[in-house]
Design a protein around this ligand. Sequence first.
Ligand SMILES: Cc1cc2nc3c(=O)[nH]c(=O)nc-3n(C[C@H](O)[C@H](O)[C@H](O)COP(=O)(O)O)c2cc1C
Length: 199
Amino acid sequence: MINISDISNQLPYLKFKKLYKEALTAQQPNIEAVCISSFDNKNRESNSRFVNLKYIINDEWIFFSNYLGPKSKEFNYCPNISAVFFWHQTNTQIRIKAKIQKSPKEFSDNHFKHRDKGKNILAISSEQSKEIDSYNDFIDVYEQASKKILNTQKRPAHWGGYSFRPYYFEFWQGHNLRINKREAFIFEKDVWKNIFLQP
Ligand SMILES: Cc1cc2nc3c(=O)[nH]c(=O)nc-3n(C[C@H](O)[C@H](O)[C@H](O)COP(=O)(O)O)c2cc1C
Protein backbone atom coordinates (compact mmCIF):
# COMPACT_ATOMS: atom_id res chain seq x y z
CA MET A 1 0.00 0.00 0.00
CA ILE A 2 1.01 3.60 -0.55
CA ASN A 3 0.59 6.05 2.31
CA ILE A 4 -1.54 8.77 0.67
CA SER A 5 -3.02 10.31 3.80
CA ASP A 6 -1.41 13.73 3.08
CA ILE A 7 -1.82 13.78 -0.70
CA SER A 8 -2.32 17.09 -2.57
CA ASN A 9 -5.81 18.23 -3.60
CA GLN A 10 -4.71 19.32 -7.08
CA LEU A 11 -6.84 17.87 -9.89
CA PRO A 12 -4.60 14.99 -11.11
CA TYR A 13 -3.99 13.99 -7.50
CA LEU A 14 -7.72 13.74 -6.84
CA LYS A 15 -8.00 11.56 -9.94
CA PHE A 16 -5.08 9.39 -8.76
CA LYS A 17 -6.66 9.04 -5.33
CA LYS A 18 -9.98 7.93 -6.82
CA LEU A 19 -8.39 5.32 -9.13
CA TYR A 20 -6.06 4.13 -6.35
CA LYS A 21 -9.05 3.54 -4.06
CA GLU A 22 -10.87 1.64 -6.81
CA ALA A 23 -7.83 -0.61 -7.38
CA LEU A 24 -7.42 -1.11 -3.63
CA THR A 25 -11.10 -2.09 -3.29
CA ALA A 26 -10.58 -4.52 -6.20
CA GLN A 27 -7.68 -6.03 -4.18
CA GLN A 28 -4.96 -5.19 -6.68
CA PRO A 29 -1.80 -7.03 -5.54
CA ASN A 30 1.44 -4.99 -5.47
CA ILE A 31 -0.55 -1.80 -5.87
CA GLU A 32 2.51 0.21 -4.77
CA ALA A 33 4.78 -1.20 -7.52
CA VAL A 34 5.76 1.50 -9.98
CA CYS A 35 8.14 1.15 -12.91
CA ILE A 36 10.72 3.95 -13.03
CA SER A 37 12.68 4.71 -16.19
CA SER A 38 15.89 6.71 -16.33
CA PHE A 39 18.61 7.43 -18.84
CA ASP A 40 22.06 5.81 -18.79
CA ASN A 41 24.24 8.36 -20.52
CA LYS A 42 27.39 6.18 -20.55
CA ASN A 43 25.77 3.51 -22.72
CA ARG A 44 23.21 5.85 -24.33
CA GLU A 45 20.28 3.61 -23.33
CA SER A 46 17.17 3.73 -21.16
CA ASN A 47 16.76 1.61 -18.05
CA SER A 48 13.55 0.60 -16.26
CA ARG A 49 12.89 -1.15 -12.97
CA PHE A 50 10.08 -1.48 -10.45
CA VAL A 51 10.25 0.06 -7.00
CA ASN A 52 7.70 0.21 -4.21
CA LEU A 53 6.23 3.66 -3.79
CA LYS A 54 5.87 4.26 -0.04
CA TYR A 55 4.36 7.74 0.31
CA ILE A 56 2.72 10.57 -1.55
CA ILE A 57 3.14 13.64 0.67
CA ASN A 58 1.47 16.68 -0.84
CA ASP A 59 2.90 16.55 -4.42
CA GLU A 60 5.99 14.45 -3.67
CA TRP A 61 6.12 10.75 -4.53
CA ILE A 62 8.63 8.83 -2.43
CA PHE A 63 10.43 5.49 -2.67
CA PHE A 64 13.65 4.21 -1.10
CA SER A 65 16.75 2.72 -2.64
CA ASN A 66 20.50 2.36 -2.68
CA TYR A 67 22.24 5.66 -3.51
CA LEU A 68 25.26 4.09 -5.25
CA GLY A 69 23.68 1.75 -7.80
CA PRO A 70 22.92 2.30 -11.50
CA LYS A 71 19.61 4.11 -11.00
CA SER A 72 21.24 6.60 -8.67
CA LYS A 73 23.98 7.42 -11.19
CA GLU A 74 21.34 7.83 -13.87
CA PHE A 75 19.21 10.15 -11.71
CA ASN A 76 22.32 12.27 -11.04
CA TYR A 77 22.99 12.59 -14.75
CA CYS A 78 19.39 13.23 -15.74
CA PRO A 79 16.77 13.86 -13.02
CA ASN A 80 13.94 13.71 -15.57
CA ILE A 81 12.35 10.31 -15.05
CA SER A 82 9.18 8.59 -16.10
CA ALA A 83 7.06 6.33 -13.91
CA VAL A 84 4.21 3.96 -14.73
CA PHE A 85 1.69 1.96 -12.70
CA PHE A 86 -0.49 -0.80 -14.11
CA TRP A 87 -3.37 -2.08 -12.02
CA HIS A 88 -4.67 -5.21 -13.67
CA GLN A 89 -7.73 -5.55 -11.42
CA THR A 90 -9.21 -2.30 -12.74
CA ASN A 91 -7.42 -2.21 -16.13
CA THR A 92 -5.79 1.11 -15.32
CA GLN A 93 -2.45 2.53 -16.41
CA ILE A 94 -1.02 5.75 -14.96
CA ARG A 95 1.96 7.36 -16.69
CA ILE A 96 3.96 10.10 -15.01
CA LYS A 97 6.86 12.37 -15.98
CA ALA A 98 8.72 14.02 -13.14
CA LYS A 99 11.93 15.43 -11.76
CA ILE A 100 13.61 13.36 -9.06
CA GLN A 101 15.82 14.25 -6.10
CA LYS A 102 17.07 12.68 -2.86
CA SER A 103 14.85 13.04 0.23
CA PRO A 104 16.12 15.02 3.23
CA LYS A 105 18.39 12.90 5.46
CA GLU A 106 16.10 13.21 8.49
CA PHE A 107 13.17 11.82 6.49
CA SER A 108 15.20 8.78 5.37
CA ASP A 109 16.56 8.30 8.92
CA ASN A 110 13.06 8.21 10.31
CA HIS A 111 11.74 5.80 7.68
CA PHE A 112 14.73 3.47 8.16
CA LYS A 113 14.29 3.42 11.93
CA HIS A 114 10.80 1.96 11.59
CA ARG A 115 11.60 -0.75 9.04
CA ASP A 116 11.84 -4.46 9.53
CA LYS A 117 15.24 -5.60 10.89
CA GLY A 118 15.89 -8.08 8.05
CA LYS A 119 15.21 -5.47 5.39
CA ASN A 120 17.62 -3.09 7.09
CA ILE A 121 20.39 -5.70 7.27
CA LEU A 122 19.92 -6.17 3.52
CA ALA A 123 20.01 -2.41 2.84
CA ILE A 124 23.18 -2.05 4.94
CA SER A 125 25.02 -5.05 3.52
CA SER A 126 24.07 -5.05 -0.17
CA GLU A 127 26.12 -3.17 -2.74
CA GLN A 128 23.02 -3.17 -4.90
CA SER A 129 23.49 -4.26 -8.54
CA LYS A 130 27.20 -5.01 -8.12
CA GLU A 131 28.28 -8.27 -9.78
CA ILE A 132 28.84 -11.26 -7.48
CA ASP A 133 30.20 -14.76 -8.25
CA SER A 134 27.10 -16.62 -7.09
CA TYR A 135 23.80 -16.11 -5.27
CA ASN A 136 25.16 -18.15 -2.35
CA ASP A 137 28.08 -15.74 -2.00
CA PHE A 138 25.60 -13.02 -1.15
CA ILE A 139 23.77 -15.29 1.33
CA ASP A 140 27.13 -15.53 3.15
CA VAL A 141 27.57 -11.74 3.05
CA TYR A 142 24.06 -11.32 4.48
CA GLU A 143 24.56 -13.90 7.23
CA GLN A 144 27.88 -12.35 8.27
CA ALA A 145 26.23 -8.92 8.33
CA SER A 146 23.34 -10.20 10.51
CA LYS A 147 25.90 -11.26 13.13
CA LYS A 148 28.01 -8.11 12.91
CA ILE A 149 25.55 -5.22 12.67
CA LEU A 150 24.72 -4.00 16.15
CA ASN A 151 22.34 -1.17 15.37
CA THR A 152 19.90 -2.10 12.59
CA GLN A 153 17.99 1.17 12.99
CA LYS A 154 20.89 3.39 11.92
CA ARG A 155 20.55 4.29 8.26
CA PRO A 156 23.71 3.84 6.19
CA ALA A 157 24.68 6.87 4.06
CA HIS A 158 24.36 4.78 0.90
CA TRP A 159 20.61 4.22 1.31
CA GLY A 160 17.66 6.60 1.46
CA GLY A 161 14.62 8.15 -0.12
CA TYR A 162 14.02 9.50 -3.57
CA SER A 163 11.23 11.94 -4.13
CA PHE A 164 9.79 12.97 -7.46
CA ARG A 165 7.35 15.73 -8.31
CA PRO A 166 5.24 15.03 -11.43
CA TYR A 167 4.69 17.63 -14.14
CA TYR A 168 2.72 15.27 -16.41
CA PHE A 169 0.10 12.56 -15.78
CA GLU A 170 -1.76 10.32 -18.18
CA PHE A 171 -4.60 8.18 -16.86
CA TRP A 172 -5.53 5.28 -19.16
CA GLN A 173 -8.67 3.35 -18.36
CA GLY A 174 -9.38 0.26 -20.43
CA HIS A 175 -12.87 -0.07 -21.89
CA ASN A 176 -14.47 -3.36 -22.93
CA LEU A 177 -15.16 -2.03 -26.47
CA ARG A 178 -11.48 -0.94 -26.70
CA ILE A 179 -12.59 2.69 -26.65
CA ASN A 180 -10.05 3.29 -23.93
CA LYS A 181 -10.25 6.54 -22.03
CA ARG A 182 -7.05 8.60 -21.91
CA GLU A 183 -6.95 11.77 -19.88
CA ALA A 184 -3.76 13.79 -19.41
CA PHE A 185 -2.78 16.61 -17.07
CA ILE A 186 0.13 18.87 -17.98
CA PHE A 187 1.56 21.40 -15.54
CA GLU A 188 2.01 24.65 -17.49
CA LYS A 189 2.42 28.19 -16.18
CA ASP A 190 1.49 27.13 -12.64
CA VAL A 191 -1.77 25.43 -13.62
CA TRP A 192 -2.76 21.90 -14.61
CA LYS A 193 -4.00 21.82 -18.19
CA ASN A 194 -6.45 18.96 -18.72
CA ILE A 195 -6.71 17.23 -22.13
CA PHE A 196 -8.06 13.97 -23.58
CA LEU A 197 -6.11 11.75 -26.01
CA GLN A 198 -7.37 9.41 -28.71
CA PRO A 199 -7.14 5.76 -27.72
C1 LIG B 1 7.79 -5.21 -7.23
C2 LIG B 1 9.21 -4.76 -7.01
C3 LIG B 1 9.48 -3.79 -6.07
C4 LIG B 1 10.78 -3.35 -5.86
N1 LIG B 1 10.99 -2.33 -4.97
C5 LIG B 1 12.23 -1.80 -4.85
C6 LIG B 1 12.43 -0.64 -4.04
O1 LIG B 1 11.51 -0.09 -3.43
N2 LIG B 1 13.70 -0.15 -3.98
C7 LIG B 1 14.74 -0.71 -4.66
O2 LIG B 1 15.87 -0.21 -4.54
N3 LIG B 1 14.58 -1.79 -5.43
C8 LIG B 1 13.35 -2.34 -5.57
N4 LIG B 1 13.15 -3.43 -6.38
C9 LIG B 1 14.32 -3.98 -7.13
C10 LIG B 1 14.55 -3.09 -8.37
O3 LIG B 1 13.61 -3.41 -9.39
C11 LIG B 1 15.98 -3.19 -8.94
O4 LIG B 1 16.30 -4.55 -9.18
C12 LIG B 1 17.03 -2.61 -7.99
O5 LIG B 1 16.58 -1.41 -7.37
C13 LIG B 1 18.33 -2.29 -8.75
O6 LIG B 1 18.09 -1.31 -9.74
P1 LIG B 1 19.26 -0.54 -10.51
O7 LIG B 1 20.30 -1.57 -10.85
O8 LIG B 1 18.60 0.02 -11.74
O9 LIG B 1 19.79 0.54 -9.60
C14 LIG B 1 11.87 -3.93 -6.59
C15 LIG B 1 11.59 -4.95 -7.51
C16 LIG B 1 10.29 -5.36 -7.71
C17 LIG B 1 10.03 -6.44 -8.72
